[in-house]
Design a protein around this ligand. Structure first.
Ligand code: COI
Length: 354
């Protein structure tokens, strides 16, 4: 943690707003805690981080983030156990991916000291916002934006790294139905699909809006070249269970290296569940849905955790998935969340105490 004033400047709120928050009725990502962390990059180096009350800030209208979308982010969570200890889940993986995203977007990498120690210091100050009980989490949003001014289309020389925190329960409320992309694409080879770049998400808003108008919560993206291979859903990686094997697309230039995805793969292997990282073809999925060998589809992500999908649409036909007594999705979700909330032994060494 960053404790003394040579490492961080801390200004605290005079009064917390926590008493005004209805923790039982949270919609994802709308409520933020009392404080935020800010660390600026200028003159070729990261400055001293500060923690201050959560509030709006000023940036020049010509800042590159507004014009060229030079922005990246991460999604993480903190969990509280029965002893009131607060835990992070594999934060090293988020730091690693954040820096890979930074390189791809021509932004400066950040140190473990600022990212992890800064995060621990901030979450430690906000530990009352992490509620006990399965399903209660503190969603952590680290992000970096280009704040240098000037509309010339070149990387900025000034950046702002920030961390904001939001108490959260589930991302999806209700059933998740998906449609399979036949025209639009999320990512292309050589593009920024593997980076957690802001633009990857805004590019999905329009196709997602069209899908939502037809009653689908998400789109399962297919490869941009042929639209024949199933890739990922916009806010999560995706798994398909055919008979007793689960399949998920291999990480590539088009697919995000999800922390939940890789954790589920490791957990499945440990549990003796057959898991294969290979592309599933849309045709294969349709055949499996018709002959009954398609048992489950589920999304995996930090915000979404493990989200069972109840059915998919492809070329005007909707395929409903069967109800399963022995859901692998729910089995893996149970194992994962028990590790995150310290209700089961963490033999992988994934959890980090604050
Ligand atoms: C996450 O799962 O943390 C993400 O970043 C997805 C986001 C769109 C909520």
């Amino acid at each position: 943690m960053l404790k003394n004033s040579s490492e961080i400047d801390i200004t605290r709120v005079t009064q917390s707003k926590i008493k005004d928050v209805d923790f039982e009725n949270l919609t994802f990502g709308n409520v933020f805690t009392d404080h935020m962390l800010i660390c600026d990059y200028k003159e070729g180096k990261w400055q001293k981080p500060i923690i201050k009350p959560y509030e709006p800030f000023l940036i020049d209208p010509s800042a590159k983030v507004f014009h060229y979308g030079q922005a990246i982010f991460e999604g993480m969570k903190a969990y509280k156990d029965e002893n009131d200890d607060v835990w992070l889940f594999r934060p090293d993986q988020n730091l690693d991916r954040f820096n890979k995203s930074a390189i791809r977007l021509a932004m400066p990498e950040i140190s473990e000291h600022i990212f992890i120690d800064g995060l621990k210091t901030l979450v430690d100050m906000e530990r009352d916002w992490v509620k006990k009980g399965l399903g209660n989490t503190l969603y952590i949003r680290p992000f970096m934006i280009a704040i240098g001014s000037g509309v010339i289309a070149q990387p900025s020389t000034q950046y702002r790294f920030m961390i904001i925190l939001s108490p959260a329960r589930s991302y999806y409320s209700g059933e998740v139905k998906v449609t399979i992309a036949e025209h639009f694409s999320r990512a292309a080879n050589g593009g920024i699909g593997a980076a957690k770049a802001a633009g990857n998400y805004s590019a999905q808003f329009y196709p997602q809006k069209l899908a939502q108008e037809q009653g689908f919560q998400q789109i399962i993206w297919t490869d941009d070249a042929t639209h024949t291979k199933l890739e990922e859903a916009g806010t999560m990686n995706v798994f398909f269970r055919i008979n007793d094997t689960i399949y998920t697309a291999p990480v590539s230039e088009r697919i995000l290296d999800g922390v939940t995805r890789k954790s589920l793969i490791e957990l499945a292997k440990r549990e003796g569940i057959k898991v294969e990282e290979r592309s599933v073809l849309v045709d294969e999925l349709v055949v499996a849905a018709k002959d009954g060998s398609l048992k489950e589809i589920f999304g995996a992500g930090t915000a979404a955790v493990v989200s069972p999908i109840v059915g998919f649409q492809y070329k005007e036909t909707y395929y409903e998935l069967p109800k399963t007594e022995d859901s692998i999705a729910l089995q893996l979700k149970d194992k994962l969340t028990k590790i995150q909330y310290k209700l089961a032994e963490d033999t992988f060494g994934w959890t980090v105490k604050i």
